[in-house]
Design a protein around this ligand. Structure first.
Ligand code: SF4
Length: 200
């Protein structure tokens, strides 16, 4: 049987030495991802931000705190899931976060593809537009903006088995626009329902 923890560690080492796009020049630390390698739930965000880059861990800033609250709505803790991003290094412009560029996504997503293959999740929650459109497209759906499809469930029957994709707003959206928080919390109730359905 494949040791998922060891395989993910080896992949993280590869990511730490990666120079496949320009972002290696400005990163403090790459952020391969972390969590339970034997989970059935994979969360995919956009890219590391300021604090993630400093600490080399995903979702450690204010958005991470809100994510913990959202996970609790679904009856989950960080230790129950695996969390990673589309990009493993922080994209910046004049010291601020910026959206990933298409060439960075192209260079970096083979790592994400490997993570999905190693973990073999039953549920993928995509957080924000970039993760949503990449994952929907990867599994044969039309790429959609998260505003159109948040809280919906896309069923996949792939070589890895049956899987559900649940697009969700990025937790940072709730921090930028506090009224969004309620919409986001409601979507996470849907995640809880899907987890409970999977248990039956
Ligand atoms: S963002 Fe991805 S492809 Fe670019 S240097 Fe970092 S790990 Fe490599």
């Amino acid at each position: 049987m494949v040791n998922k923890e060891e395989t993910l560690k080896k992949l993280a080492e590869e990511i730490k030495n990666c120079k496949k796009c320009e972002l290696y020049k400005t990163r403090t630390n790459p952020v391969p991802g972390e969590g339970n390698p034997n989970t059935s739930i994979l969360l995919i965000g956009e890219a590391p931000g300021y604090w993630e880059d400093i600490r080399g861990k995903p979702f450690v800033g204010a958005a991470g705190k809100f994510l913990n609250e959202l996970l609790a709505i679904s009856g989950l803790e960080r230790e129950d899931v695996y969390i990673c991003n589309v990009l493993k290094c922080r994209p910046t412009f004049e010291g601020k976060n910026r959206p990933p560029k298409p060439e960075e996504i192209k260079a970096c997503t083979p790592y994400l593809d490997k993570q999905i293959k190693i973990i073999g999740p039953e549920i993928i929650c995509t957080l924000g537009n970039f993760a949503t459109s990449y994952i929907l497209q990867k599994f044969g759906f039309k790429p959609e903006s998260v505003g159109e499809v948040h809280g919906k469930v896309f069923e996949v029957n792939s070589l890895m088995g049956k899987m559900k994709i649940i697009p969700l707003y990025h937790p940072a959206a709730g921090l930028h626009k506090p009224p969004m928080k309620e919409i986001i919390r409601k979507d996470w109730e849907r995640v809880r329902e899907e987890i409970e359905t999977g248990k039956n």
